[in-house]
Design a binder for this molecule. Sequence first.
Ligand code: FES
Ligand SMILES: [Fe+2]
Length: 440
Amino acid sequence: MMSQDKNDEITLVGADKPAGQVLRRYWMPAALAVELEEGPRPVVPVRLMGEDLVLFRREDDTLGLMSRFCPHRGVDLCYGRLEDGGIRCPFHGWHFGETGQCTEQPAEPDGSKMHERIRISSYPVVEKNGVIWTYMGPGEPPAFPALDCFRAPDSHVFAFKGLWECNWLQALEIGIDPAHASFLHRFLQDEDPAEGYGKQFRDKAAQSDMPMTKVLREFANPELKVEETDYGLRIIALRDLGNGQRHVRVTNQVFPCAITIPMSNEMTITQWHVPIDDTHCYWYSLFTSFGAPVDKKKMWEQRINEHRLPDFAPIRNKTNQYGYDPEEQKTLTYTGMGLDINVHDQWAVESMGAIQDRRHEHLASSDAAIVRYRRLLRSAIRSVKSGEGDLPLVLDEAAAEEVQGPISIDAIGPTEEWETVWTDRDAGRRASCSWDAALS
Ligand code: FES
Ligand SMILES: [Fe+2]
């Protein structure tokens, strides 16, 4: 059982909070690139780790991310004028340059030096495979690790996001809980795997004709193995299929707030759980294909039909009971909340409350990865506090090049060969990949 203080320590995201300080040592998704293309001009509000910001694209195509509210009398700079590489407030004309420094206060007397003392926050921004990333921490940002989702060309990666009304940690923890898929995402009938493009758990289980939905449903208590790696955790779920064969599913926690999991035989998902503030978060997914280029139009349509713009809020949500249908729960799905597994996860994490009250939880053996993750996070918190010790994945260019993969795959093989069956299958997929997916 956890004390309130201990729960606060790992959940709260303010700049002065322990977890908030760890999260600020990493690049975080701030927006999808497509968001800057949608409106009448490339300016969007961003709320990230409790800070209100404005993201904009300059005429020379570079990006800026600054505090959203003018430090004069607090108006919204999303309505500002994009001028001279920065933003000019429409209320009294104060101008903020690239670094956030106030450069002009045209309503002040000639010769006033007041602007020299005024500066707003401004954060570095980069665009990578459909996502705009920012670094809000101290010092130089770390290098991006050579994860598959960053190495793959734009044609093989599709990015999307969705809003969940809960703390980021419970959102992350559902992604490192392999047993829940056998229940929460159980389908009482199997669909034709050929119809499963772009959907989680709808392909055939690796090297078999069995739909993945059947494996999950019929083999519901996997043995879990959790190991620490250079990027976070590798989580292996083993399901004995009863015929001398074992199903191996390899998923990962990528520190501090991402997971990498298989989606289908061709695609993986790397998903960040990004705090908007203490009680809201976005999932940002990079769907990465090792086979054909991603059908982005189809992937977009599948997902945008379930979400509302501009905030990517799910159409099924707590105000409409997530579409819950007791009849469906008897005959078709375990939840009665439709076939989109994102809705199941959303219900699970939101129904815990805005911040899960971990004082009352009872962790079980199926929570092995969650326990290990919390230990990693607390250790990172201690490192930040003391200024000593390395943080996972806070690396320079050369070291970051060495962090690859991570391998995220389903495989089936003879029970005693489970340790090589998944690495072999992954090696085969990488060898035939059209982009350079080789692991060094
Ligand atoms: S409120 Fe922005 S310049 Fe006055
Ligand atoms: Fe799930």
